[in-house]
Design a protein around this ligand. Structure first.
Ligand code: NIG
Ligand code: FE
Length: 397
């Protein structure tokens, strides 16, 4: 059993609240953290730090849990930079470009898809993301969805079956048949490779009835539920997610009072937020030049909020959680502490994980050493590479 001591931490974000001091981030000052066998073994004052096989000096910098990016699409081919340029010249985002990526993905070799997924996973890791969720959804045939999930499974255990991303062109005039395929042979083949099922519930994609049918089948196959909801306009997605006990409803850009009330109604009995998390994806609003979701309204209603990248070639081609944290603070009414919590513990809650997004004995040794004295700098110094070192599963990268 080898041990590693992260010594001389100026500010440690534990996300363990309730001990009195430290606020919701459970901040601790002047501490050291011992890692054994990929897990946090001890946290205490620097002066009491035990001996270890290896020691790394944080130099009084801030240390926080690795980011938990609970929403990303990393298995695809090609890019849509031209579509982005057109949007910046005034064209709206409609989701129609998804079919462009579907065509490129179907035409790609396994090795091409694998190379992109691994490249983006590496990119995210270097920016502090130690847990990432990865969806299928650019294959939309049985074989292409299965191979997407197999490749997703090479970079994460948080894999999501998104066969219902859009109705593919060959089913355009018979969407019921496509829903039948998704609920039948596609789900049957995909379920062994997926932990979650997701649907893009939106005008132009899947309506409430189709989305309910797909999510219910996915649940019956043992998958947890998450929903792309209320991204491009008001709609039934958020309330459907709540009705089905979704771990997360994602985007939440266009909410009415009933949506917020429905989310708030999933309050946990111990008063620590909600069982259905609202995952906000400001990279998408940045890249589609849309109004940002109102995080303040959700937080004030007691809803648990997560922040994630939505990394994909169409609506949000960023793998940077720090970028999303900065956007959320500047544009969505979040405090830096709320945004950092949402990008770590919030993401963990959106994935129903209690071993990540938190630093306490027993948790996974996934952490980030910043090139800064405080978590505040993640929003205060946007665009600056502040991730000095990353520890993933106890291994220093
Ligand atoms: O979460 N909205 C649906 N899916 C992705 C976008 C996919 C794309 O444009 O390629 C999203 O934004
Ligand atoms: Fe998405």
């Amino acid at each position: 059993m080898s041990s590693l001591l992260v010594d001389d931490i100026g500010e440690l974000v534990t996300n363990v609240a309730g001990s009195g001091a430290g606020g919701p981030l459970g901040l601790r000052r002047d501490v050291a953290l011992l890692v054994e066998d990929g897990r946090v073994a001890w946290i205490g004052p620097t002066r009491d730090a035990p001996a270890a096989d290896r020691r790394i000096d944080a130099g009084r910098a801030a240390v926080l849990p690795g980011f938990v990016d609970s929403h990303a699409h990393l298995v695809f081919a090609g890019d849509r930079a031209t579509e982005f340029a057109a949007r910046m010249a005034g064209r709206p985002y409609t989701g129609g470009g998804i079919r462009t990526t579907v065509a490129a993905t179907r035409a790609a070799t396994d090795d091409d898809l694998r190379a992109t997924a691994h490249r983006l996973r590496g990119e995210a890791l270097r920016q502090g993301t130690t847990t990432i969720e990865v969806k299928s959804g650019y294959g939309l045939t049985v074989a292409d969805e299965v191979r997407s999930l197999r490749i997703a499974g090479e970079v994460t255990r948080e894999t999501t079956f998104l066969g219902a991303h859009v109705v593919p062109a060959e089913y355009a005039d018979r969407p019921d048949d496509y829903v039948g395929l998704v609920c039948g042979p596609m789900l049957h083949a995909a379920a062994p490779y997926a932990r979650w099922v997701d649907v893009f519930c939106e005008r132009g994609a899947f309506d409430a009835d189709h989305a309910r049918a797909i999510l219910t089948c996915g649940q019956a196959a043992g998958l947890g539920v998450r929903v792309h909801a209320n991204q491009l306009g008001p709609g039934p997605g958020v309330r459907l997610g709540v009705e089905l006990g979704a771990a997360s409803v994602d985007h939440c850009t266009h909410l009415d009072d009933a949506d917020v009330d429905a989310l708030a109604g999933t309050a946990r009995p111990d008063g620590t937020g909600t069982t259905t998390v609202a995952t906000l994806l400001p990279g998408a609003e940045f890249s589609t030049r849309s109004p940002y979701p109102d995080a303040r309204r959700l937080l004030d209603a007691g809803v648990t909020v997560a922040l994630a990248t939505d990394c994909n070639p169409g609506s949000s081609y960023t793998s940077s959680v720090p970028f999303c944290v900065a956007l959320a603070v500047r544009e969505m009414g979040m405090t830096p502490a709320e945004a950092v919590w949402a990008a770590t513990a919030g993401g963990a809650r959106a994935l129903r994980r209690d071993d990540v997004g938190v630093l306490r004995p027993g948790a996974r040794a996934d952490l980030v050493i910043l090139d800064a004295p405080s978590h505040l700098h993640l929003a205060y110094r946007p665009g600056v590479p502040l991730i000095r070192r990353v520890l993933h599963d106890g291994v220093l990268l």
